[in-house]
Design a protein around this ligand. Structure first.
Ligand code: PNS
Length: 162
């Protein structure tokens, strides 16, 4: 079985992430979305909330599993018998950091392959940070995240409208 792991913080997941998840799930037998439980950062959503949000947003995709992980990605891959890491690229500026991570993961475990998939043009600019920036000013999030997520994100910034 060809298993791909799509790791990330997903704080929160955006329509760009969901687009990558849909496209990748059509290629692999199974896709594991691995949500980083990052103790260093203070996330907007807890890891449990991020997993729950992703589960709801991907409930129509059968061959997908959403789980949290901590520690090294290569250890998570081994535990799940997976060798393929999926990374989305929006712009050349993403490449340098992603290339460094891909090579680091290869150094740590030599049978890991990172596959880069380009973001769809409509989501080239989109990131979780951009979503949080807009939300912090009560700006319009439509088209950037799933509609049902908008009030939840806004409420984290103290706004009660949608
Ligand atoms: O969405 P993000 O924050 O860009 O995702 C980053 C992520 C989770 C892919 C990366 O931080 C990661 O793999 N963390 C696990 C720790 C690890 O394995 N580090 C070594 C690779 S540099």
């Amino acid at each position: 079985m060809n298993i791909a792991v799509y790791p990330g913080s997903f704080d929160p997941c955006t329509n760009g992430h969901l687009d990558i998840i849909k496209r990748v799930s059509a290629i692999f037998d199974k896709v594991i979305v691995a949500v980083l439980c990052n103790s260093g950062k203070t996330p907007l959503f807890s890891v449990e909330e991020r997993v729950e949000i992703l589960k709801k947003a991907t409930s129509d995709i059968p061959n997908i599993e959403i789980v949290s992980f901590s520690g090294l990605l290569v250890d998570f891959l081994k535990e799940n018998n997976a060798k393929i890491v999926i990374k989305g690229l929006r712009a050349v500026s993403d490449f340098e950091y992603e290339f460094q991570m891909a090579l680091t993961n290869r150094k740590l475990c030599d049978n890991v392959e990172t596959l880069f998939i380009s973001a769809s043009t409509e989501y080239m600019f989109l990131s979780s940070s951009i979503v949080k920036e807009i939300a912090s000013y009560n700006g319009d999030l439509s088209g950037l995240v799933p509609d049902e997520l908008i009030p939840i994100i806004k409420s984290r910034f103290g706004f009660v409208n949608n």
